[in-house]
Design a protein around this ligand. Structure first.
Ligand SMILES: [Cu+2]
Length: 134
């Protein structure tokens, strides 16, 4: 009698364990697709990068970013500067025009390649370089 009773409890326990596993397993299957979608969205929008214009220099002077990245130049000198491309892939030249102290210029790099730029106002030129990777 003792053994049979223990066996029934064991059967009940095993069935309960299977039911719990199925419920938990079902939940696990439902959640991963939502997480994958979130990750894809994060990859599409690269975080913005800031380059300071300070003391007649672009800082960082040279930088590598992923395609789709927006760079924001933040002009902190009391004199006016520009951000003007001098060498870039065809059709994607950029020019900020005059940037006074406290002003910013945003440009989103949608074409991979090497970009060189300078301030058009000052000589010797204040130069910078951006490498956009795929
Ligand atoms: Cu300048």
């Amino acid at each position: 009698m003792e053994v049979a009773k223990a066996g029934r409890w064991l059967s009940f326990f095993v069935i309960a364990l299977i039911v719990i596993t199925l419920i938990v397993g079902g939940c696990d299957k439902a959640s991963p697709p939502a997480e994958e979608e979130e990750e894809e969205e994060e990859e599409e929008v690269a975080p913005p990068v800031t380059i300071a214009i300070k003391s007649f220099a672009f800082n960082p002077r040279s930088i590598t970013v992923k395609k789709g990245t927006t760079i924001r130049w933040s002009q902190q000198d009391s004199v006016t500067h520009t951000v003007t491309s001098t060498s870039s892939p065809p059709g994607v030249e950029f020019d900020s025009g005059n940037l006074r102290q406290g002003e910013t210029f945003d440009y989103t790099f949608t074409v991979a390649g090497t970009y060189e730029y300078r301030c058009q106002i000052h000589t010797p030129p204040v130069t910078g370089k951006i490498i956009v990777s795929e």
